[in-house]
Design a protein around this ligand. Sequence first.
Ligand SMILES: [Zn+2]
Length: 199
Amino acid sequence: MIVSMKKAESDFTRLFFESNGIKFSSFRNWVFYPGMLFESQKKWWNEGKQRTKPHQGVDLCFYRTEVKKVDRIKPGMFVPSLFSGYVVSVVDDYLGKSLFVFSHPDLLWAYGHLDLDVDIKEGKELKEGQILGVISQNVKNGIFPHIHISIGRVIGKATQRLDWNLINEDAIIKLVDPMPYISSEYELMSSFRAEKNKK
Ligand SMILES: [Zn+2]
């Protein structure tokens, strides 16, 4: 199933592939399995067990290059900044580091599971497309290396350092589906297991 959304607002997808020496003309669309999209209730690893809270963003891991070919993001791939902005916090997550950035007057975006460059710290100004680090090398629970992206509208002010629990509070951030900001088209696969078993 192909989903079409409004025009992407960030050049993230093109910049991501070009930063990693992959011709953007060879990219067709992102590919998602159940559990990877915004507000998914289940995990896409660990046999699709229930998540502790609905997914706070999207997990980019798979993409289609040809009609019958799905490729996968590799650890160590460079990750560009989604938008210009400034870093409000950097925290550890279960695969690497997470980064929270404010852009425009009221937009928050966050990445998870990266190895960040050493100079990416709180207060750092970012330009859209600037390389922030790489996809984390850590692998746990059989989960494939991937990048998590969240986007939210800032409603209130956090009095503590932003983290994944705080951005879940409706009084501070209203999370939205990141896909319209990332790519105009993506594809939903019905079953992760079926695809894995083909290899
Ligand atoms: Zn995620």
